[in-house]
Write a protein that binds this ligand. Sequence first.
Ligand SMILES: *[C@@H]1O[C@H](CO)[C@@H](O)[C@H](O)[C@H]1NC(C)=O
Length: 310
Amino acid sequence: MKTLCFFLQISRNMHQGNQTTIAEFILLGFVHQDEHQNLLFVLFLGMYLVTVVGNGLIILAISLDTYLHTPMYLFLANLSFADISSISNSVSKMLMNIRTKSQFISYESCITQMYFSIVFVITDNLLLGTMAYDCFVAICHPLNYSTLMQPMFCILLTVIPWLLSNIIALTHTILLIQLPFCDHNTLSHFFCDLAPLLKLSCSDTIINELVLFIVGLSVIIFPFALIFFSYACIIRKSSAQGKWRAFSTCGSHLTVVLLFYGTIVGDTDKTGAVLFTVVTPMMNPFTYSLRNKDMKGALRKLINRKSSSL
Ligand SMILES: *[C@@H]1O[C@H](CO)[C@@H](O)[C@H](O)[C@H]1NC(C)=O
């Protein structure tokens, strides 16, 4: 974090030289009336706590239950980790600003927040693709499952989303810090998101928008195609009874995918961003633990272990 800020400071001095630049941005948040701020604070703090507790329980249950040390659940634990990080990154500054009755965020914090918001959303997206591939192998090639999903390959399948998302975020960040910001520094948003930041710049942002469009499209289309073909095969290959079994195994994944892509459509405004960075991470644990027998069993074991140790 510190290194990133330092790096931003240097490259900013290099690129913008004698141009007038702004040192901080203003985050307008949601409402301007004072009487609604407390309600907003309670609402978002509540969603934040539910997300952290829900996803935290999933990670704990999976890591303590050796029965769940299978690729599917390790991917799920990674998804939960990305969800906790995503919501912490997007709402923490907003909650702090409501408490301190301030709307400012420094240039460096803003860019750092934008960097991590890209990392977590893309990681989430790519992990959903990874999980679809896992379902596909489990159902369409069950006999080859252990040869196809070797431990090293599974680790690679979780490392790639994190690595790729960091490379993409770095690309966007380097392109963004070249841009001058003259006198407009008010973001009508609740965190520093790439699209609204681009709108504030006083120079041409065509290259940034082009990169955003191409990278964004491929990062959405590739996992989506993977998910689509996996499920097409799953439906085609299985018998009526097998279909039912397939949907009870991978159905929770499909729910999360629908939730995720449902919220992606029509994004870029504030409501879209709330769904994307707050509501989806909060809902993931519920879609999994409520629909999945193994997950429920593991959570029950976790709670029993806690109550017997007390
Ligand atoms: C993510 O997946 C890797 C390997 O598949 C696993 O070793 C790691 O524990 C997982 N991360 C979390 C937070 O569970």
